[in-house]
Design a protein around this ligand. Sequence first.
Ligand code: PGA
Length: 247
Amino acid sequence: MRYLYVCNWKMFMNHHLIDSFLKAYARETSGISECGEIVICPPFSLLDYVYTQKRIGAINRLKLGAQDCSQFAYGAYTGEIAASYLKEAGCQYCIVGHAERRNLFYEDDAIVLTKIKNLLANGITPIICIGSTKGKLSMIDECIYNIKQIDFFMNNLDVNSNLIFAYEPHQTIGADTLPMIDSIKEIFSTIKTAICNFLFKKKPLIMYGGSVDENSIQILKKIDEIDGFLVGRASIDFQKLKNIISY
Ligand code: PGA
């Protein structure tokens, strides 16, 4: 199966580390790209640098994404990065509604929706993070929570646009733990059904995120419903990422 791998580099990478990653990738580009589509999401300040490297050659199979964007399209919003700037910087994807944005910066689904609309207006595919971000819910409550989120987004968007959903159990982000395989399966099939209710023929693309690494991938790849992986810490080390992709 050809998965989508989205590398969420958060605030872990600097210029030097990104250079080493790109050089390592360039050496193995053909082998690794056969196994899946890879999107890297560097910090804003390094998007342009990576885009330039992409245009000049060896990493041209890597796709570029951003970790977030502004809810505003244009204007007096000091420090904000508009979706149109991401477009200019070569981004084809953008993560929105990540649990860290929701918890640390108080973003809710209404804000995430405006970001998605701005991204779609600029031809950028949003990777919409869903899942409860507070406390531990029972599996049934987690499923209900996800269905409500999906209904909210799908009822307010053109369902024929390119949308990717990423389910991340928040207690696994930045940790070293996975929920039970059966509960991931159950939650993913609930999510898939909820999205398919809005789609006519189109197949949804649903990713898993949270503690994806060389060990957990051995379990996660057994779950048929997962179409891709949102990888945080393990994606900053090219060798680890390669092991995840080629497992
Ligand atoms: P992690 O982060 O892989 O480091 O757990 C995942 C994420 O935040 O998307």
